[in-house]
Design a protein around this ligand. Structure first.
Ligand code: DX5
Ligand code: ZN
Length: 331
């Protein structure tokens, strides 16, 4: 099983903005590592969102990491306010028409992480002069301005080489992180992970009606980690699959044996915590997922092992239910 590596920063642009605090806490409870706050001024981008005052109020939810993404023409003019609002990292665009270095220095002097973002058409070379001042490089994979757009693969090609900007860092500098922003979903997560992205900004795909945010986030992280394991980490191309299917849902101990055997057999696997049915007893169950393209081969080789595992799990559930009945509990 791939170790957890990729972080998610949830963009709240498309959440229920009438209850920002509740929605932000919902994202953190669902496993978000950070919060991504999209600030738009109606000038740098053709949309207006919210500003430092809103972020400062939202800061009351707790100490969770806040990433500000400023899509504004004059970041220098407002930087004190974003620092005062309590942002942990502040990223603005390299395309702004004002001096960039003093603003990056100001962010760093305030003890916050400093980042520069790139529109899809802007080359990485634009960041060269600032590499020593950057903690974050934000590769945009949509045109900034709106959530819910489609992921631009061409722009994503910058993710891997962006890491070059963090090579041979002075020891007093952070290791540096590449954030990918725009159109990230379970369809594009594996590619982002495969290109080595440390932080995925995820917005609209989490806020759609009926989506279980926690599950979606686990899936996105697992896919990204899977991509990383098969990507630059081993120099091999990522397994070409965008769809995963459930092979079995089992208690952890039983599922672990099957997972280990299948992984040893070369089958890519993801283990996700299954949703617990209300009132259900017994140990927490886990879903073992495999790429749809592997399903036939997996059933051929591990179909019997799956049957045995499912039977063992069923026997275990029966024992738990029996014990509850004896104690007079209702299911
Ligand atoms: C776009 C914003 C993104 C966006 C992410 O201008 O910078 O952060 O809200 O949302 P999705 O995931 O919907 O593209
Ligand atoms: Zn953003």
């Amino acid at each position: 099983m791939a170790r957890r590596r990729t972080l998610v920063s949830t963009s709240i642009l498309d959440c229920d903005l009438s209850d920002l605090a509740r929605e932000s806490l919902r994202a953190f409870r669902a496993g978000s590592d950070r919060l991504h706050l999209d600030v738009m001024d109606g000038h740098f981008v053709p949309n207006i969102s919210f500003g430092p005052t809103v972020i400062k109020r939202l800061r009351r939810i707790g100490r969770q990491p806040f990433d500000a993404h400023l899509m504004i023409s004059e970041p220098g003019r407002y930087m004190d306010q974003f620092i005062d609002a309590g942002c942990d990292s502040i990223t603005f665009h390299v395309e702004v028409e004002e001096p960039i270095e003093p603003t990056l220095l100001k962010i760093r002097m305030a003890g916050r992480q400093a980042g520069l973002a790139l529109r899809p058409a802007t080359p990485l070379a634009a960041l060269e002069p600032y590499r020593e001042l950057l903690d974050i490089v934000m590769v945009m994979t949509v045109e900034p301005g709106f959530g819910g757009q489609s992921f631009m693969k061409d722009a994503a090609a910058k993710i891997l080489p962006a890491h070059e900007l963090f090579r041979d860092r002075a020891p007093e500098l952070s290791a540096g992180q590449v954030h990918v922003d725009g159109g990230v979903s379970r369809q594009s997560a594996e590619m982002c992970g495969g290109l080595g992205a440390e932080v995925l900004v995820v917005g609209s795909t989490l806020w759609k009606e009926g989506v279980d945010i926690a599950r979606e986030m686990r899936l996105i992280k697992a896919l990204a980690d899977e991509g990383y394991e098969n990507g630059p980490a081993r120099g091999r191309a990522a397994v070409p699959h965008s769809e995963w299917v459930t092979f079995a849902t089992l208690p952890r101990s039983i599922g672990k044996c099957l997972l280990d055997a299948m992984e040893a057999g070369g089958i890519p696997m993801i283990q996700l915590r299954a949703d617990r049915a209300a009132g259900s007893a017994g140990p927490r169950e886990y879903e073992l997922l495999i790429p749809a393209s592997w399903e036939v081969a997996a059933i051929e080789r591990f179909g019997r092992a799956r049957e045995q595992a499912l039977a063992a799990a069923e026997a275990g559930r029966g024992a738990v239910a029996g014990a509850r009945t004896e104690r007079g509990e209702t299911a």
